[in-house]
Design a protein around this ligand. Structure first.
Ligand SMILES: C[S@@+](CC[C@H](N)C(=O)[O-])C[C@H]1O[C@@H](n2cnc3c(N)ncnc32)[C@H](O)[C@@H]1O
Length: 213
């Protein structure tokens, strides 16, 4: 196994993180010694890594604002990477999945689950400034919501990671055009776009934009 970023390992087309909670699975993934498989079809961040992410903004000790946490699949790997010196503020508005997220916080002390609407950052205005804002809410206004949250919570020199679901934004346009237009929105708002990663074949018609302020 080769360490591709600190705390993230790759063997062929499989990636792994060091398990923060030894011997405990989160979503049915395989455990290999002290590591957990990061199932690439279940996480856009894992797909971005396999598809050539150049810079990993999420590191040991990072503070992360994560919008669209769902049951916590990707959040759990973020929790592995940042370790106990880091913290992930996980925002989710659907009650059904939020319960799983709460269960996850019982095992993992670096996750703060917040039931709130990412379109209303004033609901969680108490959250501190973060090293990265990660957005995966599949909303037609994905970039606008990402920008608003980054303006509120992102540190100077911090990173913004935005998952773009082309079909949620405009079904009539080719995905590549949607990705370009969303990148332009971030640039117009003053962000520097570092990379645009197409997530095929792991996620159909999805891309990840990595930017910094
Ligand atoms: C594509 S799923 C996220 C998957 C998750 N990021 C992962 O990789 O494990 C999108 C999630 O965003 C949540 N969501 C959508 N709009 C939201 C909003 N405005 N505020 C908070 N959560 C939202 C949905 O309820 C859903 O759980």
């Amino acid at each position: 196994m080769k360490e591709v970023f600190p705390g993230i390992f790759r063997e062929g087309n499989k990636i792994y993180t060091e398990n923060l909670v030894s011997g405990i699975r989160v979503y049915g993934e395989k455990l290999v010694n002290d590591k957990r498989e990061w199932i690439v079809e279940r996480s856009k961040l894992a797909a971005a890594i396999l598809n050539g992410l150049k810079e990993m903004p999420i590191k040991e000790g990072s503070k992360i604002l994560y919008l669209g946490a769902s049951t916590g699949t990707t959040v759990s790997h973020v929790s592995d990477i940042i370790k106990l010196e880091g913290i992930v503020y996980a925002i989710e508005f659907a009650e059904r999945v939020f319960r799983n997220l709460i269960d996850l916080t019982k095992q993992r002390k670096n996750i703060v689950a917040i039931m709130a609407d990412a379109r209303k950052p004033e609901e969680y205005a108490w959250v501190e400034e973060c090293d990265a804002v990660y957005v995966d809410i599949a909303d037609p206004q994905e970039s606008e919501i990402a920008i608003r949250n980054a303006k509120e919570f992102l540190k100077e020199g911090g990173h913004l990671l935005v998952a773009i679901k082309s079909q949620s934004i405009d079904v009539t346009k080719p995905p590549a055009q949607v990705y370009k237009e969303e990148s332009e929105k971030l640039k117009k708002a003053g962000f520097f776009v570092i990379q645009l990663i197409d997530l095929e074949p792991y996620e159909q018609k999805h891309a990840m934009i990595i930017a910094r302020n």
